[in-house]
Write a protein that binds this ligand. Structure first.
Ligand SMILES: CCCCCCC/C=C/C(=O)SCCNC(=O)CCNC(=O)[C@H](O)C(C)(C)COP(=O)(O)OP(=O)(O)OC[C@H]1O[C@@H](n2cnc3c(N)ncnc32)[C@H](O)[C@@H]1OP(=O)(O)O
Length: 300
């Protein structure tokens, strides 16, 4: 499944021409009370699509910590592709069904003690998630209602705008080096586009997790709001984004992201080989095992 939606479809004007009635202000229907809601969920992703506003709320639902297992990654991509093809959907709010955790990042158990074939399939699915979300034509807003390390942070960074619950217990960042692993170039590129080179270098080397005020200060998130206002703020923000003529916004998004997307597409197999070789090393397996043991010991 090649998920380069933004480039593959290259169809922003076509989508607009075939368009929706409220193309200029898609939230009008919602405020006039004509609510047509469709729910479709598979196991790990819950979706509620409001046809009046054109906005889907997509909730990660993999208790206890929304770790990104192969199953979740697969469902995630299928869901985004489905919404992308659905004319009544123009924007997605990505959030978590779990209290206090947006996502704990990649499921570490998928990277421990498995075969090379499994690692390759898992990494392809991680790439696919990035290509699908980062390359989406839709407006994507992250409603970050909990802690968000590593690939959890990556998912939020793929979105067009990030709103985070202002809770002193929540943190966000790319902490891979703390696990003894290395964030790949496309994680790094995504962060560099948001924070710039210097801050990204520092964040990645240290595996830095930021508190919410720190994340706001450096621009890793765009807005902090009280916990109970995360969803309503996301709904208001997405309306503003959807009020911009869709074709112009989509072409602009494509222009800004195309180079990064092409870089992974052109090096996809080499990136998988690199991951499989790296993660299969005894020293890396040991590091991950120590990290998992520490997580479990924290509770005792
Ligand atoms: C070229 C090579 C490239 C390699 C690149 C690889 C890129 C990797 C990206 C990643 O995303 S790696 C994952 C990084 N994630 C983390 O470091 C988060 C670890 N988890 C935590 O810090 C905490 O769990 C939490 C998210 C802050 C939540 O804390 P809380 O106290 O609420 O829950 P816990 O008791 O810690 O966890 C409950 C349960 O879940 C297990 N678990 C937690 N995180 C993960 C995970 N990422 N994968 C798998 N399992 C996870 C944890 O062990 C507990 O299990 P049980 O003890 O209940 O069995």
């Amino acid at each position: 499944m090649a998920a380069l939606t933004l480039l593959r479809r290259g169809s922003a004007p076509a989508r607009l021409l075939s368009g929706t009635l409220n193309a200029r202000n898609p939230c009008i229907g919602a405020t006039q009370g004509c609510h047509l809601r469709r729910h479709f969920s598979n196991n790990k992703i819950l979706v509620e699509l409001d046809e009046a506003s054109g906005v889907a709320i997509m909730k990660l639902n993999n208790p206890p910590v929304n770790s990104l297992s192969l199953e979740l990654l697969t469902e995630f991509c299928i869901t985004i592709e489905k919404l992308e093809m659905d004319r009544s959907c123009r924007g997605v709010i990505l959030t978590s069904a779990a209290p206090k955790i947006f996502s704990a990042g990649l499921d570490i158990t998928e990277m421990c003690g498995k075969s090379a074939e499994h690692y390759a399939a898992f990494w392809r699915a991680v790439q696919e998630l990035w290509l699908t979300l980062y390359g989406s034509n839709m407006v994507t807003i992250a409603a970050i209602n909990g802690t968000s390390p590593a690939a959890g942070c990556l998912m939020a960074m793929c979105c067009d705008f990030r709103i985070m619950a202002d809770n002193p217990k929540y943190t966000i960042g790319l902490n891979e080096t703390q696990l003894g692993i290395v964030a790949p170039f496309w994680f790094k590129d995504t962060m560099t586009n948001i924070l710039g080179h210097r801050l990204t270098e520092q964040s990645l080397q240290l595996g830095q997790m930021y508190t919410t005020p720190e994340a706001l200060k450096i621009g890793l998130v765009d807005q902090l709001v009280p916990e109970d206002k995360v969803q309503s703020t996301a709904a208001a923000v997405i309306c503003n984004w959807l009020a911009v003529p869709a074709h112009a916004r989509q072409i602009t998004k494509s222009m800004m992201r195309k180079q990064n997307i092409e870089r992974l597409v052109n090096h996809r197999e080499a990136d998988i080989d690199n991951f499989v070789n790296f993660i299969g090393k005894d020293s890396i397996q040991k590091s991950l095992q120590v990290y998992m043991d520490r997580l479990k010991q924290r509770k005792q």
